[in-house]
Design a protein around this ligand. Sequence first.
Ligand code: XIL
Length: 328
Amino acid sequence: EASLATRARRKGLSFGTSVSTAELRLPALRAAVAREADLIVAQNELKWWNTEARRGQPTYGAADAIMNAPEFEALTRRGHTAVWYRSIPDWAKAEFSAGRGEAATLKRVRDIVAHYRGRIVEWDVVNEAVWPADGRPDGLRDTPLAAAGGLDLMADCFRAAHEADPDARLYYNDYAVEYASPGEDEHRAAILTFLEAMKRRNVPIHGFGVQGHLTVGNRFRERVFARFLADLAALDLKIRITEMDVSDQRLPADFALRDGKVADHARQFLDVAFDQPAVVGLVTWGLADPSPWLDAERARPDRLPQRALPLDRDFARKPLWTAIARSL
Ligand code: XIL
């Protein structure tokens, strides 16, 4: 059966996946990625704490190993993420405390985007910066980044990225936009306000990344989510699902039951997403089970590995694979 990338291409879309250093060591995983995907993103290796753990001493080795793996040569490369409050190295936190956070952040953006100029064609420039529940009048998450420069700094990050690689497509990436969960209406609204503000300032920004970390049992708001995507499109933004996985945290242990519900849940989400013409593709946060980050940060009470990804641990296609294939 045709791969997800082949099916996506037929619709003018793309299918990609994240790859981590640990996964890169598995030849069968590399082969499965090359077979199913047309795009890769490094899961952690481009984050600031990994590329510059010590000030002025860039370490691109782990990211380069993924970017330059021979199996992936023909694939498109996305960059994640230039600026994220959770990936600020300790030395840079000290810069923020000393009032030099803005300069350090903009240098970081220029350095990482310039290093991969022409090779990484799409960047998450800013990740998870909007969180109105924190109570700031500008809707930004209350972080050292917001404190240092607020919306001006966010705008300057996109400008710096654009100067460092004028051909790169630049994204703002965020989560918690698909459900009826408490606070998500306010979050969707604040994201749109943020993006409108960037557009009004003529900031070079081309897309919005919907992370898509799903959890079976959460309630979708299909019409509200569709409307949110339409509002993004009306701002002349492309949309990519950038980190989809499906947590089965709250389901009983039975494999077949979990696999079926994971697939159904993803299908509900993807049907809305792919109905929106501004959506350019889907990236999953890993291709094959297990998902170390879900099993760490959203562990099941019984500690069993989750069934969150399209392939099983032997790289066989699961019902989630079929759900994605049919949604394309
Ligand atoms: C996660 C990685 O998967 C973990 O390995 C790491 O420990 C923390 O970050 N949203 C994002 C991603 O934008 O960068 C996060 O990735 C998952 C949530």
